[in-house]
Write a protein that binds this ligand. Structure first.
Ligand code: ZN
Length: 131
C-alpha cells in the first residue's frame, strides 16, 4: 500500500512529486512543476518552494513567513482548471488552479493563474495572478 501523492493525480507519491522535489527527475511540464509546488506547500518544504521559484522573483525575505503559514493551514486538495503551453517543448507555460485549505477552521481557496518559464532548462514558477 503506497501513499498517494498529495497533489491529487492518484499516483503514488514516490512516482509523482517526490522524485521531482528531491531532484531525481525534472518536471517535464509546467503542470508537473505546479503539482510539485503544491505538494511542497502541504509539507511546508520551503527549500523546494524557493529552488523551484524563478531567481528573479524568489521571495527570500518571506521564506520564514511562508513556512509558518504553510504549516498553520490544512491543505485539502489541488484542482488544475486549465493549462496553456508549458509542455515538454515549450519555454513558457500557464497553469490555472484552485488549491483548497482550512485556515483557523474556515475553508479557503487560492484561485490563481500562474506563469512558469524555463531557467537553465528547468521549469520554475515566475508569478501568479489571483482571481
Ligand atoms: Zn504529485
Amino acid at each position: 500500500m503506497q501513499n498517494r501523492c498529495p497533489c491529487g493525480t492518484g499516483n503514488p507519491y514516490s512516482a509523482c512529486c517526490e522524485p521531482i522535489m528531491s531532484g531525481k527527475k525534472d518536471a517535464v511540464t509546467a503542470q508537473e512543476l505546479m503539482r510539485s509546488r503544491y505538494t511542497a506547500f502541504t509539507q511546508a518544504n520551503v527549500d523546494y518552494l524557493m529552488s523551484s521559484h524563478s531567481v528573479k522573483t524568489r521571495p527570500i525575505k518571506e521564506r520564514k513567513s511562508i513556512e509558518q503559514w504553510a504549516k498553520s493551514v490544512s491543505w485539502m486538495g489541488l484542482t488544475i482548471l486549465n493549462t496553456q503551453a508549458g509542455e515538454a517543448s515549450d519555454e513558457v507555460g500557464y497553469v490555472e488552479f484552485k488549491a483548497l485549505y482550512f485556515e483557523n477552521g474556515k475553508p479557503q481557496q487560492i484561485h490563481e493563474k500562474s506563469l512558469f518559464q524555463r531557467e537553465k532548462g528547468k521549469w520554475v514558477y515566475v508569478s501568479g495572478a489571483h482571481f
